[in-house]
Design a protein around this ligand. Structure first.
Ligand code: 5GP
Ligand code: ZN
Length: 139
């Protein structure tokens, strides 16, 4: 992935506001934060999304997201934190190199929310069975 911007940022080839780095990941401040301290955990190896990322890289990124959440909480005194990870355009992904958002939140900040739908018992049953019967590697 020679021209992937996030690969270049993760590897330090493009300057970033880095708050943590090790051999596997870099954690940077998002350039368009929902609140001050909004971080992105970016693995150094390229994967476009959750479908493609290797489980060991995902585990490491998630562990670092947890550590980052604790640090951001301490540093900002925020009321809460969202961990967000978007996959594909329909879900809001704009950068196609896997990353985890760590977003500090404050009571009433209205940074974002999602709407819910209502479903019948039959609809729940149908989707439950579909998911249970789906093969993991059939994407
Ligand atoms: P996505 O929508 O793909 O989940 O998130 C992409 C995130 O990357 C957005 O929150 C966006 O603000 C951030 N972003 C895009 N370009 C840059 C950049 O050049 N530097 C930094 N620090 N963040 C970026
Ligand atoms: Zn990349």
């Amino acid at each position: 992935m020679g021209d992937c911007f996030f690969c270049k940022m993760a590897k330090g080839e493009i300057p970033t506001n880095t708050v943590y780095e090790d051999g596997d990941v870099r954690v940077i401040l998002d350039i368009n934060p929902v609140n001050p301290g909004h971080c992105l955990v970016i693995p150094k190896t390229h994967a476009a999304n959750i479908y493609e990322i290797k489980p060991d890289v995902l585990s490491k990124a998630m562990a670092v997201a947890q550590e980052t959440a604790l640090k951001v909480k301490k540093a900002t005194g925020c009321d809460g934190i969202n961990i967000l990870q978007n996959n594909e355009e329909a879900a809001g992904q704009t950068v196609f190199h896997f990353h985890i958002h760590v977003m500090p939140r404050y009571k009433g900040d209205k940074a974002f929310n999602y709407k819910t739908i209502t479903m019948t018992d039959d609809e729940f049953k149908e989707i439950k069975n579909k998911i249970k019967m789906s093969g993991v590697y059939e994407i």
